[in-house]
Design a protein around this ligand. Structure first.
Ligand code: XBP
Ligand code: MG
Length: 260
């Protein structure tokens, strides 16, 4: 079995709790800017999260929740324009420091970096959103901590399709058995699973806490930090209050078999 070499992080919901008070608000601001009366409230947005990707989510909204909307002739361009405006609104919010990283993320990234583990971002969100989040939370060197940023439209089929994980692992020359994937949602876990990654750690949030997560071996409320302990909803924290590299190595061996 291959030894653990890389940690692959989803962004939205995992590195930061971006959906309810970030993306959702930015979508609504872009709709208002465009003179549309669409309002994605907290509950509706939870339903819209069934579809990953902002452009795809706008189309899903119109198909499933607003079929009476008269679509402009150049519909693809209309959706792309709205989404571009949403990205500008969202990155502006990040620039104001609206969204922090989740509990335990910095501690885990620091420990992984010190131990020489390779790091990547694997997300459906737009690349500008990733750079804005990392720069505004981790500082100028934030992006450079990650060897690969796999994001947005670089693969046409978004999560739960495996493509974005497959793309990232190919770029890094890594087998799925060498990686742990960190996710917050069923769509993300399904994507990692379909790419062959068995070691999947889930940190849930308000939108995803009741999802299924297939056979993901470890589901937590957070990674944990001193004074803000993690709790396991499935799997074992080995009596620890925080996810650390020892725990991750153990999980990796548990699902892939002993190294050797
Ligand atoms: C995240 C998403 C993203 C954001 C919006 O899914 O679905 O689409 O909601 O980002 P995951 P964009 O965490 O599973 O990667 O509007 O930039 O597409
Ligand atoms: Mg996510």
């Amino acid at each position: 079995m291959t030894e653990l070499q890389a940690l692959l992080f989803d962004v939205d919901g995992t590195l930061a709790d971006t959906e309810r008070d970030g993306h959702r608000v930015a979508f609504n601001r872009a709709f208002a800017d465009a003179g549309l009366d669409w309002d994605w409230d907290v509950e509706l947005y939870g339903k819209l999260l069934a579809v990953t990707g902002g452009k795809e989510r706008i189309r899903y909204y119109l198909d499933a929740f607003n079929p009476g909307f008269e679509r402009p002739a150049a519909f693809d361009g209309f959706v792309a324009g709205l989404h571009k405006a949403k990205t500008a609104r969202y990155t502006a919010m990040l620039g104001e420091g609206a969204i922090p990283l989740r509990c335990g993320v910095v501690r885990l990234l620091d420990a992984a970096g010190d131990a020489g583990l390779r790091l990547a971002v694997v997300t459906t969100t737009t690349p500008e959103n990733v750079s804005a989040l990392l720069a505004n939370t981790l500082g100028e060197g934030g992006m450079a901590r990650f060897e690969v940023i796999a994001a947005g439209d670089i693969v046409p089929a978004k999560k739960p399709a495996p493509d974005i994980y497959v793309w990232a692992m190919e770029k890094m020359g890594l087998a799925p058995e060498a990686c742990i994937a960190f996710e917050d949602s069923d769509n993300g876990v399904r994507s990692a699973s379909a790419a062959g990654i068995r070691a999947r750690v889930v940190t849930v949030n308000g939108y995803t806490e009741n999802q299924d997560f297939g056979d993901a071996p470890l589901i937590l409320d957070r990674f944990g930090d001193p004074g803000d302990p993690a709790h396991a909803l499935r799997g074992e924290l080995d009596g620890k209050a925080m996810v650390d590299l020892e725990l991750l190595e153990r999980l990796h061996r548990q699902v892939n078999g002993p190294v050797g």
